[in-house]
Design a protein around this ligand. Structure first.
Ligand code: PMP
Length: 360
């Protein structure tokens, strides 16, 4: 089977160059006579792997020394609980913006640990935009946003101004896709399985002065301060996923870093959105100003045509285009590793499908 264009929302495509390198390391890691899968997390080889990965991520995102970079497990979903467990102060509200499914999940977890106030929401228009210009209680423990909404296909072009309240962002579906100013944030987290590497790894970037001040008993594995102090080696990390993440960071640096991939991502998204804007058959209901550059949901006028399109796309190697079960229709996730040729192949195929199926 030849390689297909995989539009999955995650786990998703990895660059060919990374897969080739990972394959070599799988058999013999740098002449050690061991597979990278067999290395002890306490070995000097693995320490070098994790340190290099951290340094590369720091360079790529320009992460200042006051921030810790953690390589954790449990997915972004575990962060939904770890954030309030560690950062919420007694009697202070935890502020959330509700921009869709993943925000809702984060809010539900926060409510296990105190009052979570939804300070802004886009539920009124089916999460087709992101709210702007809302206030944040000055004494809130933090303000949480989902910076890119994987299901709904929206993103915050500009991040809200939270004043002195720490801004916490779930960047799972857009980390490393565009330049961001890390100093705007108290904490950033992301599951790795979209722009970083294999599933099983979660990245947390946290301003170190925020950790270790939790107001309640927090299980050891859920404490940011423990992981900061142990430099992500309190227990066995997701070693292999960290290794592949390091290879992805290396690939990204060779490509020219985040500014270079951001330009490429804009170009890819423009190919798809320009097509959708002219199409007589396909459409998107997302507010233009808030369109995600990573996840592009779209639909035809009927479920029947959607199914026909999905089958036709799969037949020509354009796979995993089915929209999330809560949203329906189609969704093209065009993360960093998706080449622009993949997006052009998709729009060419959509054009052909339209010519054959649109009523004139
Ligand atoms: N947040 C966002 C924005 C996501 O896209 C996802 C996964 N698709 C999650 C959280 C949940 O991530 P995980 O499966 O790593 O727990």
């Amino acid at each position: 089977m030849s390689r297909v264009y995989n539009f999955s929302a995650g786990p998703s495509m990895l660059p060919d160059a990374v897969l080739d390198k990972a394959m070599r390391g799988l058999r013999d890691y740098q002449g050690s006579g061991m597979s990278v899968l067999e290395l002890s997390h306490r070995s000097k080889e693995f320490r070098q792997i994790i340190e290099r990965a951290e340094q590369a991520l720091r360079r790529l995102m320009d992460i200042p020394a006051e921030y810790s970079v953690l390589f954790l497990q449990g997915g972004a979903s575990t962060q939904f609980a770890m954030v309030p467990m560690n950062l919420s102060r007694p009697a202070a509200v935890q502020a959330y913006v509700n921009t869709g499914n993943w925000s809702r999940r984060a809010i539900a977890e926060a409510r296990l640990f105190g009052e979570a106030a939804v300070v802004a929401s886009s539920a009124d228009r089916n999460f087709s935009y992101v709210p702007r210009g809302f206030g944040v209680p000055a004494d809130a423990s933090y303000l949480h946003i989902t910076s890119n909404n994987t299901l709904e296909g929206t993103r915050f072009g500009e991040f809200p101004d939270a004043g002195s309240v720490p801004l916490v962002a779930d960047m799972s579906s857009e980390i490393l896709s565009r330049e961001i100013d890390v100093t705007r944030f108290g904490l950033i987290y992301a599951g790795a399985q979209k722009n970083i590497g294999p599933a099983g790894l979660t990245i947390v970037i946290v301003r170190t002065d925020l950790v270790g001040k939790h107001a309640r008993q927090v299980p050891t594995m859920m404490r940011y301060d423990v992981h900061c102090e142990a430099q992500s080696l309190y227990n066995t990390p997701a070693c292999y996923a960290v290794y592949v993440a390091g290879l992805v960071f290396e690939w990204l640096e060779q490509l020219g870093g985040v500014p270079a991939i951001a330009a490429l991502n804009e170009a890819k998204a423009a190919v798809l959105y320009d097509f959708l804007d002219r199409s007589r058959l396909f459409g998107s209901s997302v507010a233009r100003a808030d369109r995600s550059v990573m996840n592009v949901p779209f639909t035809t006028p009927s479920d029947e045509l959607n199914e026909k399109f999905l089958a036709a796309a799969e037949a020509v190697g354009l796979v995993t285009l089915r929209g999330h079960r809560l949203v329906g229709g189609m969704r093209a996730s065009i993360y960093n590793a998706m080449p622009i040729e993949g997006v052009r192949t998709l729009t060419d195929m959509m054009q052909q499908f339209e010519d054959e199926n649109a009523r004139s």
